[in-house]
Write a new protein. Sequence first.
Length: 165
Amino acid sequence: MDILTIAALSGLNPEIEKIDLINQNDNYFNNTNEEFLDLKKTYFFVNNYEYKLDLIKKYIESFALNNSYEVNLSLNTINNSTKFLDNLSSSIVDQIDLKSIYTSSYGTIVFDIEKSNSEIFSLEIGKKEFGYFIEKKGVDIKQVDALKIDELNKDLLTDLNKFFE
């Protein structure tokens, strides 16, 4: 016996049960569809993150290959810069503009990460050391000089995450 026959025999209106059953199925499909769209958007975002990360790394590696640069970068400087990028969250990588990555006359790679409201996080990575400063509205908020590369992750990443809060 199907549900409509049971509903009719019990004195209930079979149309109400039928509509309720249809609504339950619609809700199930709507929820499934939303989850699918979320997964699709998440995949798209992760895919963009990986693409941009690879693009930035190749751009940095091109500094060593391009003879037009006056400064010879050491392989350690390039490796340190790409390792730094590997530790960044996708939201921070998304904020990095290729035009804001350049070499200095000291043989370092500089990342100037700028927020829209004239706030700058400038990081300079070298062969053995790194330094950075945070500037808000033209005023230096924090400056860190000549830290060993081994200490790169902890304080730097904390300050960088706070910068984007």
